[in-house]
Design a protein around this ligand. Structure first.
Ligand code: GLA
Length: 389
């Protein structure tokens, strides 16, 4: 099994005690870590994430009617809503469930279900806990309502749910990864066409997640502001999306005073990050891990200095990680502002790398990090529930 299964067992047990009978199905959708290609997805660009072996799980039983009753194991309460009268109320996890239901209902006839949701994807850490929740809910409805599972279309519905219902204007990277990831692979995604290529990860190297222990809420962060700045930049440069601007044109526009310095820096990050992502794919193909690591490091510098989405904790953990000889590259991963970084590490040195990071990060910040290695898992799926019973 490529995902850790403790949350699956917990979901099944809680279902049985809360709803008085066993669930009939179980689904999961993974979180993700992005190797390179940050803040490029909503600019029509390229990203290179992989799914984590940590997932949101839903143990469920379809209902005959249009009621959805769900419990998340961190809260004792069972929340319920009627698919015929969906209403937005507050900002809790249930809004993600309703948002996906709303979006799917625009195209499909849905049946309700009873479900218990569990997760081992840390929240607000830049590991796509929201997309994992959305895709697990979509997968749950696919099971309860007999919908065909097209991962790309489902990812698009989930993204719309997050933008239109929850109010976070996210790009498509997280949802496409959670829906369509391929085990043991990084996913090169062209975020304009939504085409995906699964690429083998470098042999002998491990992907290590470095959680700074600091948290943000995407709704509160400057994420939407960065998106707006990118839109403004594209408009000033006369292109539909920043993907379409060559670096030389961007630099010329800045020299001629056609764009202000902040806009120039935001755009320069996006343009160079797209280049770095494609170069990273070439480096992986050529087995050039050193070059891949350098691109990862350059990505962090650009996010820190031009896009300005790093934080003291992220800068420290990246610096500490790079101080270990087994680390070939490290950078913040996800939206930024807080949460996690990612490091590519020689597999022989992972253990000593992990204790080096924990110790030195704590010494420099007074904070405790959580560090874990992850294999690349596959995307959202229903799993034969008899395997857990
Ligand atoms: C968040 C968003 C993604 C993407 C990243 C930054 O994770 O949900 O769509 O924009 O930030 O690369």
């Amino acid at each position: 099994m490529e995902s850790r299964i403790a949350p699956a067992i917990a979901a099944i047990e809680t279902f049985t005690s809360s709803f008085g009978s066993k669930p009939s199905a179980i689904v999961r959708a993974p979180g993700r870590i992005n190797l390179i290609g940050e803040h490029t997805d909503y600019n029509g660009g390229f990203v290179l994430p992989m799914a984590l072996d940590r997932s949101v799980w839903i143990a469920l039983r379809p209902r005959e009617d249009r009621t959805v009753r769900v419990q998340a194991t961190t809260f004792d309460e069972v929340m319920s809503f009627d698919l015929d009268s969906l209403q937005r109320e507050g900002h809790t996890w249930i809004e993600y469930v309703k948002g996906v239901a709303h979006q799917l209902q625009l195209n499909h006839e849905l049946r309700g279900f009873d479900g218990v949701i569990t997760s081992d994807v840390p929240c607000g850490a830049g590991l796509s806990s929201s997309a994992a929740l959305e895709l697990s809910v979509a997968r749950g409805f696919a099971t309860s309502s007999g919908l065909e599972w097209d991962p790309i279309v489902m990812a698009q519905h989930a993204q719309r749910a997050e933008c239109d219902w929850v109010g976070v204007e996210c790009g498509i990277m997280d949802q496409l990864t959670s829906a369509a990831a391929v085990a043991d692979s990084a996913m090169l995604i062209d975020c304009r066409t939504h085409t995906i290529s699964a690429l083998p990860l470098p042999v002998g190297f491990s992907v290590v997640v470095l959680d700074t222990g600091t948290r943000r809420r995407l709704q509160d962060s400057a994420y939407n502001e960065r998106r707006q700045q990118c839109r403004n930049a594209a408009e000033m440069l006369g292109v539909a999306e920043l993907r379409d601007v060559p670096l030389t044109d961007l630099e010329r526009a800045a020299r001629r005073g056609r764009i202000d310095d902040t806009t120039f820096r935001r755009a320069r990050h996006v343009v160079t990050e797209n280049e770095r992502t494609l170069l990273a794919v070439a480096a992986m193909g050529a087995d050039d891990v050193v070059q891949f690591g350098e691109l990862i490091n350059a990505s962090h510098r650009s996010l820190r200095d031009d896009f300005q989405v790093s934080s003291v904790a992220l800068d420290v953990i990246v610096d500490v990680a790079r101080g270990h000889s087994a680390c070939v590259g490290a950078r913040l991963s996800g939206a930024g502002f807080a949460g996690c970084a990612v490091a590519l590490v020689d597999s022989d040195g992972v253990e000593s790398f992990e204790s080096h990071v924990l110790q030195n990060y704590e010494e420099r910040t007074g904070l405790s990090a959580v560090v874990f290695e992850s294999i690349a898992a596959s995307g959202a799926m229903e799993i034969d529930i008899t395997r857990f019973m």
